[in-house]
Design a protein around this ligand. Structure first.
Ligand code: TUI
Length: 321
């Protein structure tokens, strides 16, 4: 396949980004994705800069290919991470859970490509004016912190509203999702949940097993009352938070309930009281395989789907001429 606009912008072979999931997206995972021709992204989450520096060192020792770091803007360490990516010559930054506008000049001065995640058309428009290089439009099917619009509805609207390339995220786990995203006007996809089950992903096996087992209705959005809704796989923690919300427990108490819970499932495999962040596409993840195989399969399946529509495409074009 020829490179498209997004591949040229990021200097990658395939328009497939791996989500920069906190604690989950390590240097090993990101390296495997970048080596296969996609874009691997390290998730800085709420970790201090010294931990993320180690992950950047890992990927820089494993490959010369482009990679990214995701900066979670609600993190108390966000500014330290920004210093770090400026210092380490990280080529691409994605941002989540906020507006990276005030840091744009610093990134641009270093030639860093900036790709914010948005969950609304309004923010996409604002950020394009501030000079971002591309935009990830993330639907509420995603895992972790989510907005309230589905991918199917958000992506075409963002693609119409901005000129920079749009990357679709949320609910995409295979080539069918990539083909659909391209049809909606995106130039590529970002997948998180599918890569939790990559061989190179170092999370606890219990976390991977929970994603593999999940069916269509097994995720839920928790913490709506806090203003930071988070999609996780249903478990004891999600039921407890539901109860607290129903009883009118304060926002602070509910937020405190979540502290350290993602780390607990990633490191200790606590699937009962851990925050098992994963998207609705968990139901479509069935195997653990190398990240490179995932990238190649997704690409091959999307190409096959697009080719299969060749006849239909020809007949429509004739009829509509
Ligand atoms: O950021 C994510 N996913 C995340 S962050 C995370 S850690 C966390 N834990 C508890 C509470 C909050 C975060 C786990 N998963 N995805 C990108 C994303 N960004 N999704 C939605 C947004 C978003 C939402 C509102 C971006 C900007 C925004 O508005 C900013 C503004 O100023 O208008």
């Amino acid at each position: 396949m020829q490179k498209n606009e997004l591949c040229r912008l990021l200097n990658i072979e395939f328009p497939i980004l791996q989500g920069g999931m906190a604690w989950v997206a390590t240097g090993e995972l990101a390296a495997a994705v970048s080596l296969a021709g996609g874009l691997g992204i390290i998730g800085a989450g709420q970790s201090p800069a010294d931990l993320i520096e180690r992950e950047i060192n890992k990927i820089q020792n494993l490959t010369d290919k482009p990679f990214g770091v995701n900066i979670m803007l609600l993190s108390p360490y966000a500014e330290d991470i920004i210093e770090l990516v400026l210092d380490k010559e990280v080529p691409i930054v994605t941002t989540g859970a906020g507006n990276p506008g005030k840091y744009m000049d610093n990134f641009k001065r270093k030639g860093i490509k900036v790709i914010p995640v948005v969950a609304s058309v309004a923010l996409a428009r604002r950020l394009e004016k501030q000079g971002v290089d591309a935009i990830i439009a993330e639907g509420m099917e995603s895992g972790g912190h989510v907005g309230d619009i589905t991918t199917m509805v958000l992506v075409p609207q963002v693609a119409q509203a901005v000129k920079v390339p749009v990357i679709a995220a949320g609910g995409i786990a295979d080539g069918r999702g990539l083909a659909a995203a391209l049809a909606l006007g995106a130039k590529g996809v970002q997948m998180g949940t599918r890569f939790i089950c990559a061989e190179e992903c170092t999370v606890h096996q219990n976390y991977k097993d929970m994603v593999l087992k999940a069916k269509d209705r097994d995720t839920v959005i928790t913490g709506r009352t806090t203003g930071h809704p988070v999609r996780i796989i249903k478990n004891k923690l999600s039921r407890l938070i539901d109860q607290m919300e129903a009883q009118g427990t304060t926002k602070e108490e509910i937020e405190n309930m979540g502290v350290g819970r993602l780390r607990a499932v990633v490191k200790e495999g606590d699937t009962a009281m851990g925050s098992v962040m994963a998207g609705q596409s968990s139901a479509m993840v069935e195997t653990i395989e190398p990240a490179g195989d995932i990238v190649r399969q997704v690409m091959a399946q999307a190409c096959e789907i697009m080719n299969n529509h060749w006849e239909l495409n020809q007949s429509c074009c004739r009829e509509n001429k």
